[in-house]
Design a protein around this ligand. Sequence first.
Ligand SMILES: Cc1cc2nc3c(=O)[nH]c(=O)nc-3n(C[C@H](O)[C@H](O)[C@H](O)COP(=O)(O)OP(=O)(O)OC[C@H]3O[C@@H](n4cnc5c(N)ncnc54)[C@H](O)[C@@H]3O)c2cc1C
Ligand SMILES: *[C@@H]1O[C@H](CO)[C@@H](O)[C@H](O)[C@H]1NC(C)=O
Ligand SMILES: *[C@@H]1O[C@H](CO)[C@@H](O)[C@H](O)[C@H]1NC(C)=O
Ligand SMILES: *[C@@H]1O[C@H](CO)[C@@H](O)[C@H](O)[C@H]1NC(C)=O
Ligand SMILES: *[C@@H]1O[C@H](CO)[C@@H](O)[C@H](O)[C@H]1NC(C)=O
Length: 485
Amino acid sequence: MAYLRGLLVALAAAPVVFGQNAAYKTCLRSAVAGGGSVAFPDALLYQEVDVNRYNLNIPVTPAAVTFPTSTDQVAAIVKCAADNGYPVQAKSGGHSYGNYGLGGTDGAIVVDMKNFQQFSMNYTTWHATIGPGTLLEDITTRLYNAGKRAMAHGTSPQIGAGGHFTIGGLGPLSRQFGMALDHTLEVEVVLANGTVVRASESDNSDVFWAIRGAGSGFGIVTEFIVRTEPAPGTAVQYEFSISVGDAKSQAALYKQWQAYVSNPDLTWKLASTLWVLQDTMIISGTYFGTKAEYDALDMASQFPGANGTAIVFEDFLGLVAEWGEEIALKLSGGIPSNFYAKSTAWTPQDLMSDASIDQFFEYVETANKGTLLWLLVFDFEGGFINEIPADATSYPHRDVLIWLQTYSINLLGSVTPTMIKFLDQLNVLANTSAPYEAYPGYVDPLLQNGPQAYWGANLPRLERIKADIDPNNVFSNPQSPQPAS
Ligand SMILES: Cc1cc2nc3c(=O)[nH]c(=O)nc-3n(C[C@H](O)[C@H](O)[C@H](O)COP(=O)(O)OP(=O)(O)OC[C@H]3O[C@@H](n4cnc5c(N)ncnc54)[C@H](O)[C@@H]3O)c2cc1C
Ligand SMILES: *[C@@H]1O[C@H](CO)[C@@H](O)[C@H](O)[C@H]1NC(C)=O
Ligand SMILES: *[C@@H]1O[C@H](CO)[C@@H](O)[C@H](O)[C@H]1NC(C)=O
Ligand SMILES: *[C@@H]1O[C@H](CO)[C@@H](O)[C@H](O)[C@H]1NC(C)=O
Ligand SMILES: *[C@@H]1O[C@H](CO)[C@@H](O)[C@H](O)[C@H]1NC(C)=O
């Protein structure tokens, strides 16, 4: 870590100057007066403390990082930025793979939403009000403590609601409840002209549609109202693993898993992820039900030759803590690092053939990967996510059965071309059908035509809405939708 800190200081020392006049600074200082604050690039420890990049491989120096405490302050900040010609991005948990919460490229005005921690439960409707700065770990406990409620979202505790609920939000409960964005019933949003609106199916429905899947290009959400569900009771956390790393046994286990999860009658109560790491391959997940129900699925017979374990959790908070530890162990703990990641997906119609699977794992075994810290994550989705029409929200990938995330980390320095080539080639061998689909929550800054891959058939409508409510592209990062011309 000392090395990383040295690197940070070296980067912070590079002088970056924005704007020849100080008008935006004066404007921002008055925008946050009365509780909020703002930091500029000349601040001491600006990079380390105020900016605090998640992906160390992507340098980014914002023109300012603001810390508002009210919706009115957010609106005033957006107006300052728009009037002075600066792009704006909100930062909630700061976990964008491309540092898009920091603008993704130099010179943005960042609106750090960490002070937006409001929470309340309506005990009649079981609708919860959640501030966008709330991290997933706090959402879990606050919902549980308010009448044992829950919602679907990812497993990494440090992700923020602001970036997660507006872009997707896949997690172990998604097959039952949908994505995090499918829980959203209403939002309060600051638009590009500084207007504050509430958006839902009935009010500002275009804004509401765009915010559920492509939020960062359309506004800053200052409040979410979400549908909640009774928190699961008993659950079984299972794991099957093989420690040998040869291509044949890995391909065989993958084929068994793919066949198992592509059964359309498989219960929505089953979540499953297949992990491939250096020297090991693991199938793990949760069955939301009793041990007897889990045993009746007889998963062990599906994966002969793998070592299986199953742990019963009676307590939902304990189960969620276990998920967090699992991801921390496998993904370097959500600690900032130099990394690169890509995603691709299969629908039930274009799953890999046996020949493709053999080729894929042959390559995994023999390729020069450029690092030992690489990871392939195959996530089984479907279920309730697929019941929602592809044009109901701006998130388009409703028919996906399996998402693949490939991930490569370098703890010693920058991401190398060898690391990138390994992930690129995996995507080629995955042999998914064109057009290429990518998960908007796993942004890949090197992707050509990112918006098409993230939003597919929903992109034209997003571009029209963009032209309508943000024609000057105030809310932008390197891959956000452009206004239709
Ligand atoms: C370790 C790790 C594990 C992950 N696991 C999962 C997972 O299990 N499932 C899954 O679906 N995803 C997962 N992700 C991806 C994650 O959901 C996205 O990276 C998400 O966008 C992060 O949100 P954030 O608020 O933490 O990030 P930020 O960097 O703060 O924001 C990300 C983007 O959202 C925008 N944004 C942030 N707040 C707001 C707001 N209030 N209004 C409008 N736009 C906003 C930002 O401008 C930026 O463009 C994981 C990421 C990491 C790093
Ligand atoms: C809960 O929601 C109902 C129905 O919308 C509403 O009438 C009631 O006032 C809400 N309760 C609180 C405490 O906000
Ligand atoms: C299963 O576990 C045993 C004991 O730890 C080990 O010897 C064996 O190699 C494992 N099998 C596989 C397929 O990983
Ligand atoms: C790739 O997919 C196409 C269409 O799904 C299929 O015809 C082809 O055989 C696949 N290639 C391999 C190597 O499996
Ligand atoms: C701000 O933009 C919204 C959406 O385009 C529009 O409805 C509203 O009238 C605008 N407000 C002002 C003050 O221009």
